[in-house]
Design a protein around this ligand. Sequence first.
Ligand code: PAF
Length: 294
Amino acid sequence: MRTKRVERYETIADLRASLAPARRAEHSIGVVPTMGYLHAGHLELVRRARAETDVVVVTIFVNPTQFGENDDFANYPRNMERDLALLRQAGVDAVFTPSVAEMYPAPLQTAIALKPLGDMLIGTVRPGHFTGVATVVAKLFNITQPTRAYFGEKDFQQLAVIRRMVADLDIPVEIVGVPTVREADGLAMSSRNVRLSPQDRVAARVLSAALREGAAMIAAGERDPQRVLAVLEEMIAAEPGVLLRSLDIGDAADLAAIATIDRPVVLLVTAMVGPVLLIDQQEAWPKAGREESR
Ligand code: PAF
């Protein structure tokens, strides 16, 4: 099914009713969960969903339960008209834009907490964040019952949390991770970037530059994660506009801590740049040793 115009649904009942015929006809449904203020990274998720599924649903919901007390829920950028225009151009079939009251008619008594995956790394900087994410994504999956769901690799830990939740709870959806889309100078696309002042925008470049440096060190043969982290910390500390919140290297498969870089890893960084919390990631592959290259 390909509709000519994008339909907007604000209630769970209306969205479910609209998807029922496609489900009965066994058409595949692709869902792209977002918090809106769409950028090229989101549009890449939509493009993949459009190419791989029959019916594409984008959800726009700024989920309050994934923001901590000092997080920026109130300041999270929003522009529904612009988002809808972009989604119309991108040829999506349906946009789900529920209110907070529609998603949370009463405070939830149920929460999906991943332990330790949701508490480690970025979870230590943003306590409860991944519980909010996992719970709302599970709700969105129950509402849309998609064949595939698309998430950006920029939020690498989020992607790992969602994959693990889907596996643990036997949710019948294929999770598709899509590579990070970057600005020309390397900054990862994020809805939050719009809140950076011109000076902060320049300072923010150090994050992707540091991650690239880390990946280059690892590719060149560095196997000690602490040495890599020390170099990256120094690079980031030299940029006065950036306050590092977390910097980690983990196993790319499960984010577990590693003593030696002897397998594919992921470098993860969170930092305050001005008033904005930025997150970025970079996968890195160790130089094949004599053993491995044989
Ligand atoms: O990545 C996001 O935009 C959000 O965390 C998500 C997955 C839509 C859940 O609110």
